[in-house]
Design a protein around this ligand. Sequence first.
Ligand SMILES: *Cc1c(COP(=O)(O)O)cnc(C)c1O
Ligand SMILES: [Zn+2]
Length: 418
Amino acid sequence: MSYVKGLKCRECGRLYPKEAIYVCEYCFGSLEADYDYDNIRKNISREKIAKGPRSLWRYRDLLPIDGEPTVGLSSGFTPFFRAKNLAKKLGLDELYIKDDAASHLTWSFKDRVVSVALSKAREFGFDTVACASTGNLANSVAAHAAQAGFKCFIFIPSDLEVAKIIGTLVYAPKLVAVKGNYDDVNRLCAEIAARYKWAFVNINIRPYYAEGSKTFGFEIAEQLGWKTPDHVVIPAASGSLLTKIWKSFQEFEKLGLLNEKVKSKLHCAQPLGCSPIARAILEKSEVIRPEKPNTIAKSLAIGNPADGYYARDAVFQSGGWAAQVTDNEVIEGIKLLAETEGVFTETAGGVTLAAAQKLIQQGKIKRNESVVLAITGNGLKTQEAIQKSVGEPTVIEPNVSSFEERVMGSYNKAKVKT
Ligand SMILES: *Cc1c(COP(=O)(O)O)cnc(C)c1O
Ligand SMILES: [Zn+2]
C-alpha cells in the first residue's frame, strides 16, 4: 500500500511520475514526494504508529516507498532523553537530547535517509548505488549497500577525517577521493550521474532520500508525548534535515496526531567557517551566498547548500533564528556534552550545542522554554578535532608508590587548592 501519488515540483507545482528524477524540466525547481494525505488520514493513528517496529519504519505511511522496506530495517528510533545536567549548565529548565550519535548502522542521522533511498533504489531495480558525501553519508551508503548487496561508488573530498575514510573502506565500496571540496565533488557527481544508470542517493534519488530526514522530527514529536518542543536547534549542511524536520511537524499536525498546535521555533546551527544559511538568516538576506568552507566541522562543510532557501524559509516561518560558532566553540561544545550527559558527539553536535548557548545568551531561547538539541553524529569519527583538547592519561610505573606519587599526589594537591 502506497500513499505516494508521484513527484511534485517545489517551485511550480508541476506533477511527475515516481521515477529516479530530481529536477523540474520547466523551472529547474527540485522535486519532492507528493502524498495522498486524505487517505493517510483515514489509516494513520498514534496507536498504529506506537504498535509499529522500533525503527523509522513505524512512520512508513509517510515515507515514499511503494512496497515493504527492504534496506535499513534497524535504522531510527534513537534515544531521546531529558538532559538535566546539561540543562543546569545552560540555565534551562527543560532540555532534551535527540541522540543520533547512537544510530544503527553507522552512528549518524544519515542512516535514516539512506534506508529510505536504498529501499527505493531496490524498488526501481537499480543494482548500483552511489553518493557524494561529506563523510557520514559515505559510511552509511557503503554499509547499507554491503548489507543489501548493491554495487557501490562513493565520492568524497580527499581531506576527510581518517575514521570516515576507514569507516567507508571497510565495507569495500569503490571509494573515490576527489581533490577538491564537497561542492566540487557534488558538481562532478551530477555529471557522472547523467552518464551511468546508478541510484545516486543524493542526486537522482534525492526526492525519496530527503524524506528520510522527516523521521528525525516524527520521533521528537512522538517521544515528547505527541507534541513539539518550543525550540529545536539543528545543524545544517545542505539544509535538508532542518527543512524536513519542519515538514514532519506540519504533517503530524495536519494529520491530527499532535496534542497541541506546532509551536516550535527551528534554529539553524552552522560553523563560522561555513555558514551560508545561518548568514542569510542573520542578515535577513534574500540570497544565500556560496562560501568556500574552512572548518573542523567537515560534515557541515557545504558552501553551496542545495536546500539553503528552503531551510531559511522554514526558520523564518517557525520564528526561529540562527547562530554561527567558531571551531574552538565546537570543541568546547563536544566536551561539555560528553562531561554532562555522557554523549560523545562529532563536530556537528559541537556546533549544535555551541549554537544553543549563543541563542540562550541572546535571549532567543528562554529559561522556561523546552529545547531539543539535534545531535546528529558520533564523536568516535572525528577524534582528531579534539585530540589536543582533552588532555592526556597519567602514565605511571606498575607499582603502588608510583600511583600514589603521580596520581594521588597531584589529586591531593588539586584537592587542597580548591
Ligand atoms: C549531513 C549531516 C548534517 C546536515 O545534513 P543536511 O541535511 O545536509 O543539512 C548534520 N549532521 C551530520 C552529522 C551530518 O552528517
Ligand atoms: Zn517546476
